[in-house]
Write a protein that binds this ligand. Structure first.
Ligand code: DOR
Ligand code: ZN
Length: 343
């Protein structure tokens, strides 16, 4: 196939950041996605409806002229989150709340210690129909970083979905066959997002021939057998897995650092890279479900009614994106060829 037209997709997991950065990140996503689930791990985090609404206004103000892009807002759960916060969030149009185990990733220091303590909050979310989005990694020092997702499933995920059978849970940016199997075995209230980097790369792409800081994200890339399991599951066309880029910009100097930040800024190439993966898998007929249908269906939102066309036409991702304030960001796949291009 040389060209494919699909219903306009949505990005069910990304990081826009805030302030000046919005003028870079919002247009990059609005170029091809109609909606996006906006992660709340700002500094300070988005912990209530008021902060979510204010953040939403700043995102809307950064849209390109004429764009109809819609941000979907989320709450950052902490040990101080109350059931009233959930009720207020629902009323304000917030669609989900994000569970970061404290210390799991970027700006998660104020997040949750002792997940069971949040069960009353999960109960209210279940009642209000707010989705629970989970960064599924344990943070204990003694647990090997490559095992943290699997241990989280065993210690927490199984219990959460058992305790709240009617709570919609998204296992975010899954990286292992264990997570894919868990989601497949769970009820229709459990789904997962998958990033382009976890479909395209494995840990060799992070560590062989020198450390590649721009391929460093969390959860960290895993061995190729896990990558293959994720590829199999998207090629299968299962409606439990949908597009979430986890596009997460950090300044070049913060990535190329003795203590480099986690995150791949993929917004400028993500849809094209997903298309490339589905093409490699001979599964282009499954792309539209993954990118444009299953996420909306799971969230209980209408599918988009416009479309986007991609052509099999090679282009090179820029080496660097220069921001107005003089900072630079190295985008995901910088300097590399992508096989598909938006027409
Ligand atoms: O790689 C990541 N970057 N993983 C996350 O969970 C957070 C994100 C960020 O905010 O930079
Ligand atoms: Zn994320």
């Amino acid at each position: 196939m040389q060209q494919i037209t699909i219903t306009t997709p949505d990005d069910w997991h990304l990081h826009f950041r805030d302030g000046e950065m919005l003028h870079e990140t919002v247009p990059a996503t609005a170029r091809c996605f109609a909606r996006a689930i906006v992660m709340p791990n700002l500094v300070p985090p988005v912990i209530n409806a008021k902060l979510a609404n204010e953040y939403k206004s700043r995102i809307l103000a950064a849209r390109p002229k004429g764009s109809h892009f819609q941000p979907l807002m989320t709450l950052y759960l902490t040990n101080q989150t109350t059931t009233q916060d959930i009720i207020d969030a629902k009323q304000a149009g917030v669609v989900a709340a994000k569970l970061y185990p404290a210390g799991a990733t970027t700006n998660s220091a104020q997040a949750v210690i002792g997940i069971e303590a949040l069960y009353p909050v999960f109960e209210e979310m279940q009642k209000q129909g707010l989705l629970l989005l989970i960064h599924g990694e344990v943070t204990e020092n003694h647990v090997d970083i490559f095992d943290r997702e699997k241990v989280f499933i065993d210690q927490y995920m199984i219990k959460i979905v058992q305790a709240f059978p009617d709570l919609k849970v998204v296992f975010e940016h899954i990286t292992t066959s264990d997570a894919a199997d868990f989601v497949l075995a769970s009820s229709h209230h459990v789904a997962a997002t998958i990033t382009p980097q976890h479909l395209l790369l494995n840990r060799n792409d992070l560590l062989v021939g020198g450390v590649k800081p721009h391929n460093y994200c969390l959860p960290v890339l895993k061995r190729s057998t896990h990558q293959q399991a994720l590829r199999n599951v998207v090629a299968s066309g299962s409606n439990k897995f949908f597009l979430g880029t986890d596009s997460a910009p950090h300044a070049k100097h913060a990535k190329e650092n003795a203590c480099g930040c986690a995150g791949c800024y993929s917004a400028w190439s993500a849809l094209e890279l997903y298309t490339q993966v589905f093409d490699e898998l001979n599964a282009l007929d499954k792309l539209e479900g993954f990118a444009s249908f299953y996420g909306a269906d799971f969230y209980g939102l209408p599918r988009n009614t416009t479309s986007v066309t991609l052509a099999k036409q090679s282009w090179t991702v820029p080496e660097s994106i220069n921001l107005a304030d003089g900072e630079a960001i190295v985008p995901f796949f910088a300097g590399q060829q992508v096989a598909w291009k938006i027409v």
